[in-house]
Ligand binder design. Structure first.
Ligand SMILES: [Zn+2]
Length: 211
């Protein structure tokens, strides 16, 4: 087996394990959501979870290699698998943010927060912000972009609001993208964001609302 095939198998196993964890948390309902890992930078290659499968039951083979456009590359080790259309945004995020892993989940609290604050979800004075690599007294705005079925439109919208200090973006009425240097960091950030969004929604608003 080639080194690349072994690397893909390892990525597939890691993606399957993390997907099962997200599914248990209720953030990958139905077959929704997808995870990716950056395999190579130049040219960009991502391992992304295969489309249309139960995310609680993926195996190490349920993974597809995509290019910078999110398109499956030829000569896949698992040629029957299809990448999600959303792989295109994973690739844009990996390229723009230099991420080693990207998490996409249809987390309800993120979508509700974006519905309430469509100009961006402002978070401040919360210890949990440290989980995003920020100070507890930072003002962190998680940007919101409109949903689109066109990954180029979505990718352009992401690049316009991208802030290197904030590793997340909400797609309105759709879900959340979070990234990190690896899958574990991306998951930790996703978990912290869930807490932060729930706090913002439950506390009745951000300081901007109350001013
Ligand atoms: Zn989605």
């Amino acid at each position: 087996m080639s080194t690349e095939t072994i690397a893909l198998e390892q990525a597939g196993a890691a993606l399957a394990a993390e997907s099962a964890r997200f599914a248990r948390l209720g953030w990958m309902l139905g077959t929704s959501g997808n995870l990716s890992m950056t395999l190579r930078r130049d040219p960009l290659r991502l391992a992304v979870t295969a489309s249309g499968l139960d995310k609680g039951e993926l195996t190490a083979a349920d993974v597809v290699v995509v290019d910078a456009a999110g398109t499956a590359v030829p000569d896949q080790p698992n040629p029957a698998q299809r990448p999600s259309a959303e792989a295109g945004l994973h690739a844009r995020i990996a390229a723009t943010a230099g991420a080693g892993a990207v998490v996409h989940v249809h987390m309800l609290s993120a979508v509700l927060a974006a519905q309430r604050w469509p100009g961006g979800v402002v978070l401040r004075d919360l210890e949990m912000l440290k989980g995003l690599g920020r100070r507890d007294d930072d003002v962190v705005t998680v940007p919101v972009v409109p949903n689109s079925q066109d990954m180029v439109v979505l990718g352009d919208a992401f690049e316009q609001v991208f802030d290197p200090a904030t590793p997340a973006v909400i797609v309105a009425r759709h879900g959340l993208y979070v990234w990190g240097r690896d899958l574990v960091q991306a998951r930790h950030r996703t978990e912290c964001l869930q807490w932060l969004f729930q706090f913002a929604l439950s506390a009745g608003g951000t300081e901007e609302d109350m001013a």
